[in-house]
Design a protein around this ligand. Structure first.
Ligand SMILES: [Cu+2]
Length: 210
């Protein structure tokens, strides 16, 4: 084979790979509005794949304690994620959860505990502190690598492999459940608008969409 023909074959093969990749994924943009003065911050969206099961992974996450507040207040993690709970305050905290997806109590501590807590079951885990009653944090544990937490802008874009998904959404202060919907992702960009009725003064914690 002469060098030019070899080069052409290489380019053709490269183009084939690039085209195959672009056809296998799509950009999905989700806009969340709240129907109130509350921003979309802390809203969670999850795409549960209905076709191929994604390869398992072992991720890590951190929930800090700063000025008697969990930071971040809302986390969304994949099942199997190991979360550590450092304490950046100069006082002691005692993190616990009564949630059935992950009941646990850490020892009363200052500084960083050495052991992480593995969130191995899907569901909502509500964290509290035994010393400070008003400390609360939420961990949404999901069997999917495709999720996002919204910020003030209310918009997030994910690059999802082509296929069918169930889209569900949640906000800790939602006053009504958001119906889940099935979507089909292809290479065409997709825009989805979601409305979550949020009342930031609501004391009740919104039910997690299972
Ligand atoms: Cu505390």
């Amino acid at each position: 084979m002469n060098p030019v023909s070899h080069h052409r074959r290489f380019v053709a093969a490269l183009l084939a790979v690039l085209c195959a990749q672009s056809a296998l994924a799509g950009m999905v943009t989700v806009d969340v509005t709240t129907r109130s003065a509350a921003t979309a911050t802390d809203a969670v969206i999850v795409f549960d794949p209905l076709d191929a099961a994604p390869a398992p992974s072992h991720e890590t996450a951190v929930i800090d304690q700063v000025n008697k507040t969990f930071v971040p207040r809302v986390s969304v993690v994949r099942t199997g994620t190991a979360i550590t709970f450092p304490n950046s305050d100069h006082i002691r905290h005692q993190v616990y959860s009564f949630s059935s997806a992950k009941p646990f109590t850490l020892k009363l501590y200052a500084g960083s505990p050495h052991t992480a807590v593995v969130f191995d079951q899907a569901g909502l885990v509500i964290l509290g502190c035994n010393i400070h009653d008003n400390m609360v944090a939420y961990v949404g544990v999901v069997d999917s690598p495709y999720f996002a937490k919204l910020t003030d802008s209310g918009t997030v874009t994910l690059n999802l492999p082509a296929g069918r998904y169930r889209l569900r959404a949640w906000h800790p202060n939602a006053v009504a459940a958001v119906p889940s919907q099935e979507i089909s992702v292809s290479e065409a960009p997709m825009n989805i608008s979601l409305v979550i009725a949020v009342d930031s003064t609501s004391a009740a914690v919104a039910a997690w969409p299972e």
